[in-house]
Design a protein around this ligand. Structure first.
Ligand code: HEM
Length: 532
C-alpha cells in the first residue's frame, strides 16, 4: 500500500512540476540528414537484430527517456513505467501505432479495406468495435470445452512424437499446429484436423503455418527497412501479397461452410459459434470486411500463442520444482472457466515478463498536455515504451533474469502495473488476449495431466531468432569491434548510408502525400518482433 502511494505521489509530482522542454530530452547526438540511424547500422555500435541490447545500452548512458532522431522524425524511448502510464493516458480516442505501411498499401489496393491491425484513426475504431466480443469473458469461456478437447488431443499426440530420450523435436511447429487448431474452432467454427494423419489436412495446415511465418518475416522487413517497395515490388512486398491472398482465400473457403450452417439454423449457430455469428450477421460490414477481420483474428492467434507456449515449457523444463508444484496443484483442483490454477497463471505472467513477443508498446501522442519524466512532449510524437527491457531491470524485480512465478503471487509486493504489458494496453490492447491465455493455460495443463516431461527442443528458425533477439549482449564494444574488422563492411556501410538517404527522401515524399501523423511509422523498427 505504501509503495502504491509513493508511486502515485511520484507520478503526480512528475506531471505537475514540469519545467523541461522537449529540446532538453537527452539522447545521442544526431548527424546531419541521417540523424541517429547509423547507430543501428553496420557502422554503429548496435546490431539491428539485437535491438533490445541497443536500447538497454542507451538507457544506461542517457537514462529513462531518450530522444532519437531517425532520419526525419524524432521519437522517444521511455523506460519508466510511470511514463508508460502517461503515454497511454495521452493515446486519445483512436490510439495510433506506427502502421505496417506495405500491408496497408496492398490491402487498400486489392480489397479496398485495410483491417484492424494496420489501420489507424476512425476507420480502425469502426472495425475494432466488431472484434471486441473476443474480450468478453463469458464468450471466451463458452469455447472452453471445445478448446480443452483440442488441448487434450494435442497432448496425447505429443506422446507419439517423443523420441526415446523423451524429447519432442522442433516443438514449436507442434505448438503452432495446436494454436491453429484452437483458434480455428473460434474463427471458422470447425476443426482443422491439425493432429490427424490425413495427408491433405496436414498439408493445408502446414501451408497455413508456413504462410503465416513468411508473412510476419516480410512484414518485419518492410517495417524496418527503407520503403523500397514504394519504388518497385520488392521480394518482401510480393510475399505479403501472396500470403495475404492465400490467407483470405482460406477464410473464404472455410466461411462458406459456416455461412451455410448459419442459414440452416441461426439459433444453434449463435449458441455454438457466438463470435462468428456476430461477425457474419453484422449489417455494418461488407463481405470482404468480414472475411478480412476473420483472417486477422485467425492469423493473430497462431504465431504468438505457439511461441509463448514454447517459451513457457522451455522455462518449466529448467525448473523441475515448479513443474512438480503445478502437477500437484492440477491433481488437487480441477480447472474450469474462471478457476485456473494461480500458480499456472503466474507461470504465464513470468514467461511473458521474460519473453514478451512484442518489442514494446508504441503510441503516437494525441495531446499537447503529455509530460514524460518532466518533459513536455508535443502532440504527434512517436513514443516507444521499451517494456521488454523494463521488465528485466533489477530496480523492478529482485534477481530479474530468474524465472520465478512466485513473485506474482506475493500480493504485498505487487509489481507496477505498467512494467510488463505483453498484450499492450488501453483501447488498442490485443483483442485476442483472453483467448490466448485460455489456449496457453489449457495446452500446458493438459500436458501435465498426461505426465509428459517438459523437455523442449526448439531448432527451427523463429525460436532461434527469438532467443537471439532477447538475450542481452555482455559487451557492446566487443560487438562493434568485431563488426568493424570485417572487410566487407565498407561496402555495406556505403549501401546503408545510401539507403538511409533514400529512405529519408521517400519518407518525406510519403509525408507530403499523406499528412497523417502515422507517416512516422516506416522510419524505424520500433516493434522489434510483432507477432500479430
Ligand atoms: C500470447 C499471444 C498473444 C500476444 C503476446 C499478443 C500480443 C499483441 C500485442 C502486443 C498487440 C498490440 C497491442 C497494442 O498496441 O496495445 C496485439 C494486437 C492484436 N492482437 Fe494479439 N497477441 C496474442 C494473441 C492474439 C490472438 C489469439 C489473437 C486473435 C484471437 C490476436 C489478435 C490481435 C489483433 C487483431 C491485434 C490488433 C489490435 C488493434 O490494433 O486494435 N492476438 N497483440
Amino acid at each position: 500500500m505504501r509503495s502504491l502511494l509513493t508511486r502515485k505521489f511520484v507520478y503526480i509530482s512528475r506531471n505537475y512540476s514540469v519545467n523541461k522542454t522537449f529540446q532538453d530530452i537527452p539522447g545521442p547526438k544526431p548527424l546531419p540528414l541521417v540523424g541517429n540511424a547509423l547507430l543501428f547500422s553496420p557502422l554503429g555500435p548496435y546490431n539491428v537484430s539485437r535491438l533490445l541490447d541497443g536500447f538497454t545500452d542507451l538507457q544506461k548512458q542517457y537514462g529513462d527517456i531518450i530522444k532519437l532522431n531517425m532520419g526525419n522524425k524524432i521519437s522517444l524511448l521511455i523506460f519508466n513505467p510511470d511514463d508508460i502510464r502517461s503515454m497511454f493516458q495521452h493515446e486519445g480516442k483512436y490510439p495510433q501505432r506506427p502502421t505496417f505501411e506495405a500491408l496497408k498499401d496492398y490491402r487498400e489496393k486489392k480489397y479496398q479495406c485495410v483491417g484492424v491491425v494496420p489501420d489507424n484513426g476512425k476507420e480502425w475504431y469502426r472495425l475494432r468495435q466488431n472484434v471486441q466480443t473476443l474480450l468478453k469473458l463469458k464468450t471466451v469461456h463458452s469455447y472452453w470445452n471445445k478448446q480443452q478437447t483440442v488441448a487434450q488431443e494435442f497432448s496425447a499426440g505429443l506422446l507419439s512424437k517423443m523420441n526415446s530420450d523423451g524429447i519432442v523435436k522442433d516443438f514449436i511447429q507442434h505448438a503452432f499446429q495446436y494454436s491453429l487448431e484452437a483458434i480455428g474452432v473460434v474463427c471458422y467454427g470447425k476443426r482443422l484436423n491439425c493432429f490427424s494423419n490425413n495427408s491433405e489436412d496436414s498439408r493445408v495446415n502446414k501451408a497455413i503455418v508456413q504462410a503465416n511465418v513468411q508473412f510476419l518475416k516480410a512484414l518485419g522487413e518492410t517495417f524496418h527497412q527503407p520503403p523500397w517497395w514504394k519504388l518497385w515490388r520488392t521480394k518482401a512486398y510480393k510475399v505479403i501479397e501472396s500470403t495475404q491472398d492465400f490467407m483470405l482465400a482460406t477464410a473464404v473457403k472455410y466461411l462458406e461452410a459456416a455461412r451455410k450452417k448459419l442459414s440452416e439454423n441461426p439459433d444453434l449457430f449463435l449458441e455454438e459459434d457466438p463470435i462468428l455469428y456476430h461477425l457474419l450477421e453484422n449489417q455494418n460490414l461488407s463481405e470482404t470486411e468480414k472475411n478480412l477481420l476473420v483472417t486477422e483474428i485467425f492469423q493473430g492467434g497462431i504465431d504468438a500463442t505457439g511461441t509463448v507456449i514454447t517459451m513457457m515449457l522451455y522455462e518449466l523444463a529448467r525448473n523441475s520444482s515448479i513443474q512438480t508444484a503445478i502437477y500437484a496443484d492440477l491433481m488437487k483442483n480441477k480447472m474450469k472457466p474462471g478457476h485456473i490454477s494461480p500458480l499456472l497463471r503466474a507461470c504465464l505472467k513470468e514467461t511473458l515478463r521474460l519473453h514478451p513477443t512484442a518489442g514494446g508498446s508504441s503510441r503516437i501522442i494525441d495531446s499537447d498536455a503529455c509530460v514524460l519524466s518532466g518533459y513536455h512532449v508535443p502532440k504527434g510524437t512517436l513514443v516507444v515504451g521499451v517494456n521488454p527491457v523494463i521488465s528485466r531491470m533489477g530496480c523492478h524485480f529482485s534477481n530479474p533474469l530468474k524465472f520465478d512465478p512466485w513473485r506474482w503471487l506475493q500480493k504485498a509486493e505487487a509489481p507496477h502495473p505498467y512494467i510488463s504489458l505483453p498484450f499492450g494496453h488501453g483501447a488498442r490492447m490485443c483483442p485476442g488476449r483472453r483467448f490466448a491465455e485460455q489456449e496457453i493455460l489449457l495446452g500446458i495443463a493438459e500436458k501435465y495431466r498426461l505426465l509428459l516431461t517438459a523437455r523442449v527442443d526448439c531448432t527451427s528458425h523463429p525460436m532461434k531468432k527469438h532467443f537471439r533477439a532477447m538475450q542481452v549482449a555482455d559487451s557492446f564494444s566487443d560487438l562493434s569491434k568485431n563488426l568493424r574488422t570485417q572487410l566487407s563492411l565498407s561496402i555495406i556501410a556505403v549501401m546503408w548510408i545510401l539507403s538511409s538517404v533514400i529512405h529519408v527522401v521517400l519518407m518525406q515524399q510519403a509525408g507530403e502525400r499523406d499528412d497523417q501523423i502515422n507517416s512516422n511509422s516506416g522510419s524505424f523498427m520500433f516493434l522489434m518482433e510483432l507477432y500479430v
